[in-house]
Design a binder for this molecule. Sequence first.
Ligand code: DC
Length: 229
Amino acid sequence: MVEKKNISISIDGPSASGKSTIAKILAKRLGYIYIDTGAMYRAFTLACLNNDINCEDEKASCSLIGKIEIGFNDLNHVTLNGIDVENEIRKNNVADNVSYIASYKDIRLDLVNQQRKLAENNNVIMDGRDIGTYVLPNANVKIFQIADVKERARRRYLENLEKGIQTTYEECLANLEKRDYIDSHRSFSPLKPAIDSIEINTTNLGINEVSNMIIALLKERGIVTKNEQ
Ligand code: DC
């Protein structure tokens, strides 16, 4: 019998463009595993902060490679050395420093290695910045999700409010603009659409509209059947 190859779907795009919301819904609908790669960079950042490492210092930050363990638990929450840090990684001190950490090649290579292993044996939906271009260049479907930065700041502000994280709309906007710049200008594996990706602008679209668009695409390509959605 010919074994069915694992399916992988990549969703890339700037911060707060709605990637994780859509990826979680699709993973549930399709029974795939959701991998939030941004959470892994955030967990690494938290590890640096916990060890009083200045995240702008590449050498000091990279010194933690191999000394910390980042993974996901049964709730699909990111863990640092076995501890659930899903809430902590969303806080401002992590958001303000994560782009530095994500720009260091050695840290990226270490985390990309883990991300590829996760995709080897499972059907996955992976979201991030370089999934379609670098981590999973053979992904079955590649989505590049964008949205106007003001709309993204509004969404992030409301999300923080709901989680009890103290921020203003202006702070969210400034943080997103700064991260957009660093993420798309770093030399190794910057944020950019894969040539074979499909762009979806979510500024004026609801969550269901976006997930239905992607499911329609998967059906069109014969990746899912009616029974699997
Ligand atoms: O998606 P997020 O906001 O949680 O991502 C946090 C940071 O990590 C963001 O500034 C970009 C970076 N990142 C990255 O460089 N590559 C990825 N595959 C995922 C995230």
